[in-house]
Write a protein that binds this ligand. Structure first.
Ligand code: ARG
Length: 471
């Protein structure tokens, strides 16, 4: 055990300790099992800190060079899987710092000047969340692009529009898919807001009160791509709003994906029969040979549970923590890592399914008119052509629907005479508005489902998304 001191106490802080921690103490205290994920950010933060210390004359240039070289070598060790993580050194910060001292001696021991693990971990974690946001944003963009492509392809294909899961009015499949494009665009907006607010650098807040060394916080902030140093040292080390905002944005994103996943589950069920997923996105049953299960969609639906759970977990950890740092805050990372990984997988699965799904156009078109879905079109006609007040038109239409139901036919097949029994002024012209195609084409109000509008909106999205493709 190269890192252990003679007493068994932690060599990074064991000066006033004469014995090793209890086994349980060590077990509950160690975070290296998960915070090793921060290694890239930790090394970047240390390099920036060392460069600033040298620039400000706080450590010698040669020491900074030794530190930078040592950190590069450690990065290579970790990347190659050669680094030995020692749980006795608690976390990623002390594992790297101890290894640095092993590699470059005295110089390595100067790295922690004017710094604390409190500002270090806050900085590393912000950098990690920032990277995660960038990765998830690119994935969300991919999903939007897939949906916009499919929406363009199906801009005019009718499907039942439902409310209460009951036939309401016909819509197009393209319109339905674009509804998710709008949602995911808002999710990306929330992630971008979170990124903007998190981009302040805690480094230099030290343990909680700042430092007596003449550091240059603007320099480290700049080097790490932050917009500015965080203004208050207590806030800098105790704030985890960025992690909570990130989780809140992911929880909402996940709930959107879950709604879409649920629709895929329903639509691929033979009872609906709207869609088919290929072998690539379905699984079979070990007992029922006929089965084709939408497992990926079901798992996306379930991911929203664990992502929302992560948000609630961290809110609960943070809610009554006195300033400044408390070790409770070490529990911030696992929910965030887990939620980010779950969101990445869910986005990838949804993009895959969006490209894979094969709509049964004939079945969807047949169902689009079922359940008297053009009844509103009839009522609107009574208002527009006969001048009835809408409330009266609604009543007349209800009676005509009841007449059709009694005969077991749909509205378009109901004889004119039967309609005139309810409202004598109705003419044969009414049949022009009762088809699904006419209903769809008439929904021309801004944001409506008319195929021309859907095609135009899909084109706008495809152009926008292609424009940011190289970002
Ligand atoms: N592993 C710790 C965490 O994740 C690092 C900060 C520890 N700071 C301290 N004063 N013990 O929060």
């Amino acid at each position: 055990m190269p890192n252990a001191s003679a007493s068994g106490a932690n060599p990074q802080w064991g000066g006033r300790f004469s014995a090793a921690p209890d086994r349980v103490m060590a077990a509950i205290n160690a975070s290296i099992g998960f915070d090793r994920q921060l290694w890239r950010q930790d090394i970047a933060g240390s390099r920036a800190h060392a460069a600033m210390l040298a620039h400000c004359g706080i450590i010698a240039r040669e020491d900074e060079q030794a530190i930078a070289g040592g950190l590069d070598a450690i990065a290579a060790e970790i990347a190659d899987g050669r680094f030995v993580f020692d749980p006795a050194l608690e976390d990623i910060h002390m594992n790297i710092e101890a290894r640095l001292a092993e590699r470059v001696g005295e110089a390595g021991k100067r790295l922690h000047t004017a710094r604390s693990r409190n500002d270090q971990v806050a900085t590393d974690f912000r950098l990690w969340v920032r990277d995660a946001i960038d990765g998830l944003d690119a994935q969300a963009r991919e999903l939007m692009a897939a949906l916009a492509d499919r929406a363009a392809e199906h801009a005019a294909d009718p499907m039942p529009g439902l409310t209460h899961l009951q036939p309401a009015q016909p819509v197009t499949l393209g319109h339905h898919l674009l509804a998710y494009v709008e949602m995911i665009a808002r999710d990306r907006g929330r992630l971008a807001d979170c990124r903007r607010r998190l981009n302040e650098c805690p480094l230099g807040a030290a343990a909680l009160a700042g430092t007596s060394f003449p550091i240059d916080r603007a320099m480290t902030a700049r080097a790490l791509g932050f917009d500015r140093p965080a203004a208050n040292s207590l806030d800098a080390v105790s704030d985890r709003d960025f992690a909570l905002e990130f989780l809140a944005a992911l929880a909402l994103l996940a709930s959107h994906l879950s709604r879409f996943a649920e629709e895929i589950v329903l639509w691929t069920s033979p009872a609906f029969g709207f869609l088919r997923l290929s072998d690539a996105f379905t699984t079979g049953s070990s007992i029922m040979p006929q089965k084709r299960n939408p497992d990926a969609a079901e798992l996306v639906r379930a991911k929203s549970g664990r992502i929302t759970g992560a948000l609630v977990a961290l809110l609960t950890v943070m809610k009554a923590l006195p300033l400044a740092y408390g070790k409770d805050m070490q529990e911030d990372k696992e929910p965030v890592f887990d939620a980010a990984a779950a969101a990445a997988l869910a986005l990838a699965a949804m993009a895959g399914m969006a490209r894979d799904l094969r709509p049964d156009r004939a079945r969807m078109a047949a169902m689009a008119g079922a359940g008297y879905a053009t009844a509103t079109d009839l009522a609107d006609w009574l208002v527009r052509v006969l001048g009835l007040p809408f409330r009266s038109a609604h009543h007349v239409t209800g009676r005509i629907v009841a007449a059709a139901e009694a005969r077991g036919c749909d509205l378009a097949a109901l004889p004119l005479a039967a309609m005139q029994e309810v409202e004598p002024q109705i003419t044969a012209a009414v049949f022009e508005v009762l088809s699904v195609a006419a209903s769809l084409a008439s929904r021309r109000s801004e944001g409506g489902t008319a195929p021309a509008l859907v095609a135009a909106r899909a084109a706008i999205w495809r152009e926008r998304l292609a424009g940011e493709g190289g970002r």
